[in-house]
Design a protein around this ligand. Structure first.
Ligand SMILES: Cc1cc2nc3c(=O)[nH]c(=O)nc-3n(C[C@H](O)[C@H](O)[C@H](O)COP(=O)(O)OP(=O)(O)OC[C@H]3O[C@@H](n4cnc5c(N)ncnc54)[C@H](O)[C@@H]3O)c2cc1C
Length: 467
């Protein structure tokens, strides 16, 4: 017979989002929690990451609010040189493991069920023993809604002939043979990471072929630095962004102005990107990637056959010794929006653009401090995850509106400034009356905000009409 266990919250998933939610509940209340995950260790998809993966945002605003992830250093070598450190996958996993062992479990308020699956209706089952538990919880927190997909665990949507040396990026560092030629499939962040790893390991650019179904607008990582010395870059880019939107005459013109303002980068200035996934690169990384000249722009792959790769708009030959690397897992597979709060379920989604962990922490704070479900959903309007270039319009509009609504809410501004995962509010609040250059940037931002919102609304209407 199943054992019955009780808690205030049942959190499904011990990935970054579930854990960031739990951390805020632990810091701000006496509530008890049960965390269940199919994985053996906290950290979710990071358990299966390729060895050369890193965060693509500075460590200082990733993880959970109560525990620092950054070591407070800037990279002195490599392609991120001069910018704040990016934790490796191994560091991210160690961080979550420590948090569980040293903070969550000793608190006596968290019970953790690794290697257990949530079956629905309050039932969890141990994968290893089959034992089931009935959980009686006031609220269920679903951190699995986005259905993250990563190279090591996803199934490609195209066929692959058995004879092809086809692998996820995870296998590359394990190779003990010379790479004569390698084809990377996928133009997203994983494709970028893989190309950079190959180049850093000395594989000649001429031996790398990069299949790029869609080019992406990329974010200059220099503009995501949450430390004061980067104020002009980070907050300056925000001001530049608002001015670019406000002064634009069309959506295409807006993207070009955003590029001119240094907000966006792209791999090839002759190709207008059609994708936006919020990936960041440094200028040095972009320069390296530019060395790869064999870029195949023939749409998506439909089949990897023994001697050719078939794409939607053509085909390319596949030499005998070529390695083919699958970088086509799209991190997020569910882009539908659901209300964050419903009767007794909290569905974790982003309420600030590209920030799942900040969002989870914010949602926990709202749940603890507000009763009315409508008010909670009003404060936690979902900022949708982007896919196409034009999705950036909706994302930016909702992001700005959320920021506006939050600024009107008593106490919330202070909470945001004190939350490590926020990154930027404290930076803005810390500007002194004599820091004229920084004040000028803030004024530019304020001046352009309203016209930018109006322009975004106009573009939203055009997108809704299908233009
Ligand atoms: C390579 C890579 C780099 C990234 N870098 C950044 C970055 O720099 N900054 C940033 O903000 N974001 C980044 N992201 C986005 C990333 O998605 C989030 O950072 C975060 O790790 C996602 O965590 P999650 O908890 O939402 O999802 P997941 O990591 O997918 O966790 C969900 C968990 O739920 C568990 N689960 C699912 N179903 C069940 C069930 N029925 N029963 C029990 N358990 C279940 C799974 O086992 C999993 O452990 C990156 C993503 C990738 C792929």
């Amino acid at each position: 017979m199943s054992q019955t266990i009780k808690a205030d919250y049942l959190i499904i998933g011990a990935g970054a989002s579930g854990v960031a939610f739990a951390d805020t509940v632990l810091s701000e209340s006496d509530a008890t929690m049960i965390i269940v995950d199919k994985e053996d260790k906290p950290g979710g998809h990071w358990n299966h990451a390729y060895s050369f993966v890193t965060l693509h945002q500075p460590s200082s605003f990733y993880g959970v609010s109560s525990k620092e992830l950054s070591r407070g250093v800037k990279d002195e070598v490599g392609l991120n040189k001069g910018l704040n450190e990016l934790a490796s996958g191994a560091e991210v996993l160690a961080y979550f493991d420590e948090l569980m062992r040293e903070t969550f479990l000793p608190s006596g308020k968290v019970r953790y069920f690794p290697k257990c699956e949530y079956l629905g209706d309050g039932v969890i089952r141990s994968i290893l023993t089959g034992q089931t538990f009935n959980v009686e919880a006031n609220k269920i927190v679903d951190s699995t809604y986005y259905k993250t997909s990563i190279p090591a665990t996803h199934t490609p949507v195209f066929s692959i002939d058995d004879s092809v040396n086809f692998m996820p990026p995870n296998n590359l560092p394990k190779l003990q043979t010379k790479i004569d030629g390698v084809t990377i499939i996928g133009g997203g962040k994983t494709g970028i990471d893989t190309c950079l790893w190959l180049l850093e390991r000395g594989v000649p650019a001429d031996n790398i072929r990069w299949i790029m179904p869609r080019d992406a607008w990329l974010i200059d990582r220099r503009n995501t630095q949450p430390t004061k010395e980067f104020f002009a870059d980070t907050i300056g880019a925000q001001a530049g962004q608002m001015e670019a939107i406000a002064n634009s005459t069309s959506m295409e013109d807006m993207f070009l102005r955003l590029e001119q303002a240094g907000v966006f980068l792209r791999l090839d200035r002759n190709v207008l990107p059609k994708m936006f996934h919020g990936a960041t690169v440094s200028k040095m990384e972009l320069e390296e990637l530019g060395k790869i000249k064999k870029v195949v722009r023939l749409g998506r792959v439909s089949a990897v056959e023994a001697s050719r790769i078939v794409l939607v708009e053509g085909e390319i030959p596949l030499p005998d010794n070529e390695i083919v690397v699958d970088c086509t897992a799209s991190a997020i597979t569910n882009l539908e929006i659901s209300p964050v709060f419903s009767e007794n379920t909290i569905t974790l989604q982003t309420v600030r653009s590209y920030q799942p962990v900040f969002s989870a922490s914010f949602i926990a704070h709202i749940d603890l401090n507000y009763d009315d479900i409508k008010k909670k959903n009003d404060l936690c309007r979902v900022v949708p995850l982007p896919n196409h270039d034009y999705d950036w319009v909706e994302l930016t509009y909702r992001n700005m509106m959320n920021q506006f609504f939050w600024s009107k809410e008593p106490g919330l501004k202070k909470w945001l400034q004190n939350n490590r995962l926020d990154g930027f509010m404290a930076m803005v609040a810390g500007v002194k009356f004599y820091e004229f250059e920084n004040l000028k940037i803030l004024n530019r931002m304020r001046k352009a905000a309203k016209p930018a919102i109006a322009k975004l609304k106009e573009y939203k209407a055009q997108i809704d009409k299908g233009h």
